[in-house]
Design a protein around this ligand. Structure first.
Ligand SMILES: [Zn+2]
Ligand SMILES: [Zn+2]
Length: 129
């Protein structure tokens, strides 16, 4: 059964998201909506409530780890092939997790990275003073 979420809202629409108990149910809901409205919805499991919601598909944002840049967690950052891909991924994360991420070009020419810091380069410049 699907129902309206009590905890999760679309960040753009501010409407409650539809939640499903299982991936199968979410997939059925997605198939139905995709047929009816010619959308491209895909199920995903929510970090916040653990239930399944639907998100607009085309979430494939090709990326590979950059072997030069590490994030605050010490892991190599994901490098996206184009600014559009990086921005798409940032939008998805904002929609799903409510985090605001900035897109910037890799210093080593390996593509595009996301950062939680909105002004990564200003910080760096200050460090040289
Ligand atoms: Zn949720
Ligand atoms: Zn990099």
């Amino acid at each position: 059964m699907s129902q309206k979420s009590q905890t999760c809202f679309g960040t753009k629409s501010a409407k409650p998201l539809t939640e499903y108990d299982s991936k199968q149910e979410a997939q059925q809901g997605a198939n139905h909506a995709n047929k009816m409205y010619q959308q491209n919805l895909v199920p995903y499991q929510c970090d916040k409530c653990g239930q399944w919601h639907l998100a607009l598909g085309n979430r494939q944002t090709p990326s590979k780890p950059c072997h030069r840049c590490t994030g605050t967690d010490g892991k190599f950052k994901e490098a996206y092939q184009s600014r559009e891909d990086a921005q798409k991924r940032a939008n998805i994360l904002q929609e799903e997790q409510g985090v605001t991420l900035g897109v910037y070009a890799c210093e080593h020419g390996n593509g595009w990275h996301l950062t939680k810091e909105t002004t990564p380069f200003n910080k760096k410049k200050r460090a040289f003073k």
